[in-house]
Design a protein around this ligand. Structure first.
Ligand SMILES: Cc1cc2nc3c(=O)[nH]c(=O)nc-3n(C[C@H](O)[C@H](O)[C@H](O)COP(=O)(O)OP(=O)(O)OC[C@H]3O[C@@H](n4cnc5c(N)ncnc54)[C@H](O)[C@@H]3O)c2cc1C
Length: 465
């Protein structure tokens, strides 16, 4: 990945604004830039835009929306911003956090009203760290539906998405101005495309094992559950152009991916009163801190394995997620009418599982905080039939990236704005700080959709100046 001098004989073609990556960030940026009057081309390495967006549950946190008001949920951007800052231990730039929390509601409503995305709020369980129910999702609660609907909106707006077009280099100079991109086709053919502004929307470095080992040693060798085409290009180009790299050790992990099925098991299984044990049948953590930090905690258990223990009531809530329905269909969800039978089916020591179960249920009855620090004050008891899934911890996506300002303009190592470079989604430094524990549920699509929209509007405004 390099930044080279523009071709001496000029570019084969050019567009005012080029966007690299057709995930949620790139497609939101394209829609916003088009609305802002910019002529835009999106370049995507795959034959069909999918990205990590398609692998996600498609949930976008937003505060003060009409969808929340319809359910009587009291929330505000200020409350949301406070939650984001608290979870990230105040490591993220507060003015960017405030801007994103403020714009999230407008972004969800924009996608709903202008492009017909039928959002609703996940209203039947709490996500860790959110002080209001504010996760907005589409009917299937899947990112595949989100990306398909965004792509449809982009196509209806007649914005070109060039697929099978991997950007393999940027053209620029020592002045930091990006002049164009080099495109490599699957058959090795190469093209060049000039531009006056560029948006990096090609996500992070989860698909680049060497960069993961360099920046996130605790996830070295861990299963990467995101899109394999996200190979850190934005970071490498940004570095070559003098951009500041920020929070490179930050990431979103997940401590509940069915093993060996490789299917995400919603954290509702835990937050609604479920818990995790290891292969000895013993609990090992306060699971309610969050699923992101739980990835490393689960991987540190013997064999890197844990079991989610819950019940039919919780499974009924989890069934709103396409992933969970798939997990059931593929046999990942084990059920039993007694805890002893569950232990037998999971091949766990029965006495240890019975004891772990009894301790959790006692903490619920006493409305107590357990010895890991988890409060069971409002949790319902687990009742038969009981459910369990064997899970492991994985890396979902990286949270470090090129630093941006409130307008999604890339910022240099010296704090100056790069002349015509913007970034959004996983390509930009996130708002989760430098640890997995700083990731508040939904931060990924939050910065993809909200910063994507901001990047598109800013780039369009810069072009018409
Ligand atoms: C299993 C899973 C579940 C998740 N669930 C949630 C959730 O419910 N809520 C949430 O907020 N977040 C969730 N996330 C995180 C979320 O999916 C990401 O943060 C978000 O999709 C990032 O969007 P993006 O547009 O930046 O990247 P992507 O959607 O990954 O899109 C980037 C695109 O860029 C393309 N690309 C990369 N390099 C190049 C190149 N050189 N040239 C051309 N194209 C290139 C890729 O092919 C890809 O299509 C989840 C992630 C995973 C893995």
């Amino acid at each position: 990945m390099s930044v080279k001098a523009p071709p001496a004989d000029g570019f084969a073609a050019s567009a005012p604004l080029v966007i690299i990556g057709a995930g949620a960030a790139g497609l939101c940026a394209a829609l916003a830039a088009h609305e802002g009057g910019a002529e835009v081309i999106v370049l995507e390495r795959d034959s069909l835009p999918r990205g990590s967006t398609a692998l996600s549950a498609g949930l976008i946190p937003a505060a003060g929306t009409r969808f929340q008001r319809m359910l009587g949920i009291d929330d505000s951007p200020a409350l949301f911003a406070a939650d984001l800052k608290r979870k990230a231990h105040d490591e993220a730039n507060p003015s960017i956090v405030d801007a994103i929390a403020r714009e999230a509601g407008a972004t969800v409503e924009w996608l709903a009203e202008r492009y017909g995305l039928p959002f609703s709020v996940v209203h039947d369980f709490d996500y860790p760290g959110h002080s209001a129910r504010r996760m907005h999702g589409l009917p299937s609660r899947s990112g595949a539906e989100l990306i398909d609907r965004l792509r449809q909106a982009v196509e209806e707006a007649a914005i070109p998405i060039i697929v099978d077009a991997t950007v393999t280099a940027l053209y620029g100079g020592p002045d930091g101005i990006v002049r164009g991109v080099e495109i490599t086709r699957p058959d090795g053919a190469m093209d060049s495309l000039g531009c006056r502004a560029l948006i990096l929307a090609c996500n992070g470095y989860g698909g680049a094992p060497a960069l993961v080992a360099q920046y996130i040693p605790e996830m070295k060798g861990a299963l990467y559950f995101g899109h394999p085409g996200n190979r850190g290009d934005a970071v490498l180009w940004g570095q070559a152009l003098g951009a500041r790299l920020l929070h490179m050790s930050g990431y979103q992990g997940h401590g509940s991916v069915a093993h060996p099925h490789g299917i995400l098991i919603t954290w509702a299984a835990i937050m609604e009163g479920g818990f995790q044990v290891n292969i000895s049948g013993a609990r090992f953590s306060d699971e309610s801190l969050g699923y992101s930090e739980q990835a490393a905690v689960v991987l540190a258990q013997p064999a890197g394995i844990a079991f989610d223990i819950f019940d039919e009531r919780i499974a009924a809530i989890a069934r709103q997620f396409e992933d969970f329905r798939q997990a059931e269909a593929s046999g990942a969800v084990i059920d039993a009418s007694t805890v002893e039978q569950l232990a037998e089916r999971l091949n766990l020591p029965a006495s240890a599982l019975v004891q772990s179960f009894a301790e959790v249920e006692q903490a619920k009855r006493a409305r107590a905080v357990d010895h890991f620090g988890r409060s069971f004050a409002n949790a319902a008891p687990l009742l038969p039939p009981f459910k369990a899934v064997k899970v492991t911890g994985t890396l979902f996506h990286t949270q470090g990236g090129v630093a941006v300002d409130e307008q999604a303009r890339v910022v240099s190592a010296h704090g100056m704005r790069l002349p015509n470079l913007f970034a959004a989604g996983g390509a930009a430094a996130g708002i989760s700080g430098s640890h997995a524990g700083g990731y508040l549920s939904g931060n990924g699509l939050l910065t993809a959709t909200v910063l994507g929209r901001i990047a598109g509007l800013s780039a369009a405004a810069a072009l018409v100046k």
